[in-house]
Design a protein around this ligand. Structure first.
Ligand code: C5P
Length: 396
């Protein structure tokens, strides 16, 4: 598989002479399997043409914040959420200063503020400008905001000076971006994730279920593997493709899910219950299809087992993470569930927007704290969730 397959990259280009290297950078990203969208500042266009970058990326180039046509196709907030990573190369001293101040005066700076994704910059400028105290302060501010700073490297510069300030070569930038998707925060950890809905049979052709798409569980499984974990996904019926290197076992009903989960708990370090398990099932599954000649039928429902609570009551229980889709009083309901089910952490999502959607807004709830996670694409949110989980685990 290509190293950046399925990855979405926004390449932001600002106005420095190193912008000419962006053609090669774009080609490299595309060759590595990424879907690349280019955002250019006005001054970048003095150095390289949008047409070149459009041809190389295969996507239309985004230039203006206030462009009715571009906003109708993909608005700036949508663009900010679309990316897995935003890389600014070259990042000029002026751009770094504007980003450090949190300005939102053009498309690129606005996207930086609006994105939940990883941000990386590849500074490129004259050596004196790079070593200037103000530039260094600005870079430090960005680092504190978790912006990855790639380079600069040292050597002869376009202005004739020699020293630090050259943009990192495209192949090194591509390597760094690839590595940023493969952080090892969960190396050596075994994770069991439940996902998707369950189906509770009424008769051979009918069942009770819910709208869960499995997208969050599959995004977590994919990101957990990227973070070095061994992942077992126990999934109800969904349309999602099983991510590379994830072991996936399919089940249908809550009872099947419970038995499979309990039989696979050996050596599990982290249990993440994302599945939307049907709360009730028909007391009796009819052997033959129920005929529809009556105007009314009665269906008796009985409560399904609570899988996550059963896992929480095991001796040597793993670190347990629950999910709750709530439509109101998200925090209060989340805290109640965390306590009642005896969980270590619970992510409470807004159910009005989460089911089937590619984006999600979530609140992380612990016994003694809670905080809102930046909303965004499920893959970016999943990465953030795993960082939170990894930071809470006892050392292995
Ligand atoms: O459905 P509910 O809001 O109670 O789900 C909260 C958490 O409990 C989720 O992590 C879900 O996967 C888990 N759960 C479970 N077994 C059930 C119901 C929910 O493991 N029967």
């Amino acid at each position: 598989m290509l190293p950046l397959a399925n990855k979405r990259i926004i390449l932001g280009i600002t106005g420095g002479i190193a912008a000419y290297k962006c053609a090669e950078l774009t080609r490299g990203f595309v060759k590595a399997g990424a879907d690349v969208k280019i955002v250019m500042t006005k001054s970048a266009e003095e150095f390289v043409t949008p047409l070149t970058l459009q041809a190389l990326s295969g996507n239309r180039v985004h230039q203006n914040l206030l462009d009715i046509e571009a906003e109708a196709a993909m608005g700036h907030i949508e663009l900010a959420r679309w990316a897995d990573i935003i890389i600014i190369a070259p990042a000029t001293a002026n751009f770094i200063a504007r980003a450090a101040q949190g300005k939102a005066e053009d498309l690129l700076t606005t996207i930086l503020l609006a994105t939940p994704s990883l941000i990386a910059i590849a500074p490129a400028m004259n050596v004196e400008m790079w070593t200037d105290k103000q530039t260094q302060t600005n870079v430090e501010i960005l680092r504190k905001r978790d912006v990855i700073v790639l380079g600069p490297s040292s050597g002869s510069q376009a202005c004739g000076d020699v020293g630090l300030g050259r943009m990192l070569e495209p192949e090194l930038i591509i390597d760094s971006v690839t590595q940023s998707f493969q952080t090892d925060i969960l190396t050596g950890r075994k994770i069991l994730i439940t996902g998707g809905p369950t189906r509770e049979a009424i008769d051979p052709v009918r069942y009770i279920s819910n709208h869960s798409s499995g997208k969050m569980a599959y995004a977590l499984a994919s990101e957990a593997v990227n973070a070095g974990a061994e992942v077992l996904l126990v999934s109800g019926p969904v349309m999602e493709t099983v991510p590379e290197r994830v072991t996936c076992l399919k089940v249908t009903s809550a009872d099947e899910m419970l038995h499979l989960v309990l039989s696979r708990m050996q050596d599990v370090d982290i249990f993440i219950g994302v599945a939307a398990i049907a709360d009730y099932r028909p007391a009796k599954e009819e052997k033959q299809k129920i005929k529809k000649h009556k105007n009314q039928i009665d269906l008796t429902l009985i409560k399904n087992p609570d899988i996550i609570s059963e896992v929480a009551s095991l001796p040597n229980r793993p670190y347990i993470v629950g999910f709750a889709a709530e439509t109101e009083n998200i925090l209060e309901n989340g805290i109640e569930k965390l306590t009642r089910k005896n969980l270590d952490l619970l992510f409470a999502n807004d159910a009005t927007e989460t089911f089937g959607s590619d984006v999600v807004a979530s609140t992380a709830i612990f016994a003694d704290a809670n905080f809102t996670i930046k909303s965004g694409k499920k893959s970016a949110v999943a990465r953030h969730m795993l960082q939170i989980i990894a930071s809470k685990l006892p050392a292995n």
